[in-house]
Each structure stands twice: as structure tokens, then as C-alpha cells.
Design a binder for this molecule. Structure first.
Ligand code: UDP
Ligand code: MG
Length: 342
């Protein structure tokens, strides 16, 4: 038998979670008929949701043995959610997908057909259109991919998504990249392997809202650039060199001018301009340095990528303990390895 782990990061997804569960179990059932060697586990990661998501996950775990979950102590972001899911998945194959049905579960059989025989190590989808997205947002997104691919050696495919069907080998390589500032699009691409891109049209959310603001996405894209390229540092050095050359030429010009025509105060405005320009450039370059330094600072702290507060096994254990009267001294047997690991 081969186990497929479906990893689903969830943040305030109470509206779509029941729909998602229904869809995914339907597809999993169909796949088990088509490929009898397949078994499934659904590993949800509750990323500090403020709504009813955790309760929904608890009740799903109670009624379906295949459902597992990890609940974070606060919101750590989708990247941490994916990492936690990958780290705790047990499958020979691992699927990462969003809970909001924007990653259609109906694609799974096709994705599996690519990775099944080992021809590919990963099957993923690629949006060919950005339908349903605002014009400014897609313009910025396109520019981001363009700049990113120019200044970084790691190729980041425009429209590639975090919807992936991967082999255990690829997942293990991803887990070896234990950096704190995670940019999955870059990490998936950095590890290499044979990747099959399946093109598809963008799907809109059936319920709930996207938790990404424009500003949030902008910050995320800077994160990506800094995680996978040191070009901005080179830009700052280049700017420094250029401004030094300009300043040097100007000094010569000023010296010759003073020697030839004597001194006057007419150059005062130019002086102010130059001072502004130079200090601006200096601040700009120091700023870039500072950004990288702050990232390095966070990496050296080696903080955990996530903190789990509850898992399905801890919840079910507690529940059975509460249900069984105190005369039974034997603690209920269950798999606690998960908790130890967390
Ligand atoms: N998500 C998460 N933590 C966050 C934000 C989002 O786990 O802090 C999850 C969310 O529940 C969803 C997926 O990441 O399953 C994608 O989020 P969303 O739909 O908001 O992003 P978009 O599709 O707009 O890129
Ligand atoms: Mg979405």
C-alpha cells in the first residue's frame, strides 16, 4: 500500500472547510477505486484561526480516522503551516493544497498519474490566467516574477502555485531547508527534481475571503527576493561606486573652476543637491544592508518555525480519558509519537 498525505494549511476557513472535506474525501474514494494501492491521510494545519476552524477539525478527526490535525498556538503564516504539514506527514506521497477549493481536488488523479511511475517527482499546477484578480495586483505579480527571474539563479515559474503532488524524497529535501524566512515558491524550485506543470484557469473561492492583502503580498515578494537573491546587495554596491565616480569628477570640476574663475557662492544650490543625493544614496544602501542583516539576525536565533498547541492525537486522548471513568488505571493506548516530535 502507498500512503498519500494531503496537507492543508487553514486560517479562518470555517465556511469552506466542510465543503473541502466533502470534495477531498469524494476524490480520495474515487482514487482508491482507480488505484487500489492508495491509502489517504488528511493532515490539516490550523494556523491560529480565530473562527470555528479548530472545532470543525476536531469533529472531523473524531468521525474520520484518516483526519489528522496540528493546531498552532497562534497565526504563524501559511509558510509555517506548510512546513508543519510536510514535517508531520507520513505518506509516500505528499499533496499540499489550499482549503479554499482554489486548488481543485479533481486534479489529484491526473497529478498522481505523473508521479506514480517515478517519471516525475512532483506534479503541480500553473495558472495561465489571473482571472478574478485585480489589474494592479496581476501587474505587480507579473513584474515580480520578471525581476525575480532576472536577479536570482533559482527559477520561479510565473503562475506556479503551492498546489503540489510530491514524492517523499522531494519532501525530505524540502524539509532539509530549515530556514526561518521561508519562501516556498523558491524552495520548491531550489530543490530541483523533475516537475510537471499542469496548466489551468484560475478558480475563485466558493466561500470565505482571501487573507492576503496587497501590502501583505508586496512584503512577501520582497521576502522572496531577499531569500533567493543577493542582487540588491550588489545594486547597493554599484550605486555606491557610481556615486563615488560622480563625486570624484565633480571635485575635479570644482577645483579647476575655482582655480580658473576664483570663488563665488553661486554653487551653493548645487552643493545642497549633491549633499542630498549622496546622503540619500547612502541611506538607501545602508537600508538594503540592514534588511539582509535583519534576516540573518532572525536566522541565527534559530527560532522554531511553528509551535503546535494541539494535535488530533492529544485531543482524542484527552477526550477518551475524560470519557472513561477513573477506575480504569491503564492509560488509553495511542500513538503519542506525534506529540513527542512536536
Ligand atoms: N493560510 C494560512 N495562514 C495564513 C494565511 C492563509 O494557513 O496566515 C491558508 C488559507 O487558509 C488557505 C491558503 O493558506 O488554505 C491560501 O490562502 P488564501 O486563500 O487566503 O490566499 P490566496 O488564495 O488568495 O493566495
Ligand atoms: Mg485562496
Amino acid at each position: 500500500m502507498k500512503l498519500v498525505s494531503v496537507v492543508v494549511p487553514c486560517y479562518n476557513e470555517q465556511e469552506v472547510l466542510p465543503l473541502f472535506y466533502e470534495e477531498i474525501t469524494k476524490i480520495a474514494g474515487e482514487m482508491s477505486v482507480q488505484y487500489p494501492e492508495l491509502d489517504f491521510e488528511f493532515l490539516f494545519v490550523n494556523d491560529g484561526s480565530k473562527d470555528n476552524t479548530l472545532n470543525i477539525l476536531r469533529s472531523l478527526a473524531e468521525k474520520d480516522k484518516r483526519v489528522r490535525y496540528i493546531s498552532f498556538s497562534r497565526n504563524f503564516g501559511k509558510e509555517s503551516g506548510m512546513f508543519a504539514g510536510l514535517e508531520n506527514s507520513k505518506g509516500d506521497f505528499v499533496v499540499v493544497m489550499d482549503a479554499d477549493l482554489q486548488h481543485p481536488p479533481s486534479f489529484l488523479p491526473k497529478m498522481y498519474s505523473y508521479v506514480r511511475d517515478g517519471e516525475y517527482d512532483c506534479a503541480t499546477t500553473r495558472r495561465v490566467s489571473r482571472k478574478g484578480e485585480s489589474k494592479i495586483r496581476s501587474w505587480f505579480a507579473r513584474k515580480f516574477y520578471k525581476i525575480m527571474n532576472k536577479i536570482s539563479q533559482t527559477e520561479i515559474v510565473d503562475g506556479a502555485q503551492d498546489f503540489r503532488f510530491m514524492t517523499r524524497q522531494m519532501v525530505d529535501s524540502i524539509l532539509h531547508m530549515s530556514e526561518y524566512n521561508r519562501f516556498s515558491k523558491g524552495i520548491f524550485s531550489w530543490v530541483g527534481f523533475n516537475v510537471k506543470y499542469i496548466e489551468y484557469e484560475n478558480v475563485e473561492r466558493p466561500a470565505g475571503t482571501s487573507s492576503w492583502s496587497f501590502w501583505g503580498l508586496f512584503k512577501y515578494s520582497l521576502e522572496g527576493i531577499m531569500a533567493f537573491s543577493t542582487a540588491p546587495l550588489a545594486i547597493s554596491s554599484l550605486l555606491g561606486i557610481i556615486s563615488c565616480i560622480i563625486a570624484f569628477i565633480m571635485i575635479i570640476v570644482v577645483v579647476i573652476k575655482t582655480l580658473a574663475f576664483g570663488e563665488d557662492v553661486a554653487g551653493f544650490p548645487t552643493l545642497i543637491c549633491v549633499i542630498f543625493m549622496m546622503s540619500g544614496l547612502q541611506l538607501f544602501c545602508t537600508g538594503i544592508l540592514g534588511q539582509y542583516l535583519s534576516k540573518t539576525y532572525l536566522e541565527t536565533k534559530r527560532r522554531p518555525i511553528y509551535i503546535a498547541k494541539e494535535t488530533e492525537s492529544s485531543y482524542l486522548n484527552k477526550k477518551t480519558q475524560a470519557d472513561t471513568p477513573s477506575e480504569s488505571n491503564d492509560p488509553p493506548k495511542s500513538d503519542t509519537t506525534e506529540e513527542n516530535k512536536l
